[in-house]
Design a protein. Structure first.
Length: 84
């Protein structure tokens, strides 16, 4: 619940998030971002998977999407993401 006093929400997506209790689709992440930001809260998205080359080839569009939905923070699990 957004009213429960939480100030940050930590979510992820199945391809790039690691050890998450659940993962969300792009449409769900977009909706979550709107709800969280409309409530004045912050959104953190997990990008903490170890990236193989095929994942590195797909990460840029995902990072662009996170920027589009105004993600406040991301958590990184592989330093290679810094170079994208």
């Amino acid at each position: 619940r957004l009213e429960a006093g939480v100030v940050r929400f930590y979510v992820g997506e199945k391809d790039f998030g690691l050890s998450l209790p659940t993962s969300f689709s792009y449409d769900q992440l977009r909706e979550i971002a709107k709800l969280v930001h409309d409530a004045g809260k912050e959104l953190i998205v997990a990008v903490n998977a170890l990236m193989h080359q095929d994942m590195m080839d797909r990460i840029k569009p995902f990072l662009d999407f996170l920027e589009e939905i105004k993600t406040d923070y991301i958590t990184i699990g592989d330093a290679g993401v810094f170079y994208v």
